[in-house]
Design a binder for this molecule. Sequence first.
Ligand SMILES: CC(C)(COP(=O)(O)OP(=O)(O)OC[C@H]1O[C@@H](n2cnc3c(N)ncnc32)[C@H](O)[C@@H]1OP(=O)(O)O)[C@@H](O)C(=O)NCCC(=O)NCCS
Length: 142
Amino acid sequence: MIAKLKESEIYEFIYKNRYVFSPPFDQKVNLSQYTAKLAKFAVHFAIYNENEIIAFAASYLNDKNKELAYISFICVDSRFSGKGYGRNLLNEVIITASDRGFKKVQLEVDNRNKNALGLYYSLGFTDASESQTSKILSLNLQ
Ligand SMILES: CC(C)(COP(=O)(O)OP(=O)(O)OC[C@H]1O[C@@H](n2cnc3c(N)ncnc32)[C@H](O)[C@@H]1OP(=O)(O)O)[C@@H](O)C(=O)NCCC(=O)NCCS
């Protein structure tokens, strides 16, 4: 499920699913700038239903020292949530990072995002640091 998505496809998916995030994703970041960065520098992971993207993750796997793989984005279309797609996507990111020799995977998550936290902890992520609103979670790969 590694994919090479166009900037417009990434934009369309995130925009369509902006309300599954709280606050809506386009209120947290400048969506055009964010999407342009993901299109250019991130590795993309996508799950399709017919021709439509229903789950998408993006990870930066460009740290030269291979210390840290960073998952910038993961989201499952709410019509398809709770069916294991999020877990599959995340597993694929972890396997890819591990195959490429990375030592650690990290991501940031809102403290109140219980579904995402449940998923990350069940895959072995642990708290690396915490602010008032979010946590950095980390998973050692080797
Ligand atoms: C978080 C998210 C990616 C999970 O994807 P999903 O496909 O719905 O989740 P899965 O079906 O793969 O479930 C994986 C685990 O997530 C957790 N989870 C998912 N839905 C849940 C729910 N409604 N209530 C509680 N936990 C839930 C559980 O730990 C679950 O494990 P289980 O299957 O052993 O019960 C998805 O809900 C999503 O896109 N959320 C909005 C965007 C977001 O918050 N992204 C993460 C930002 S850091």
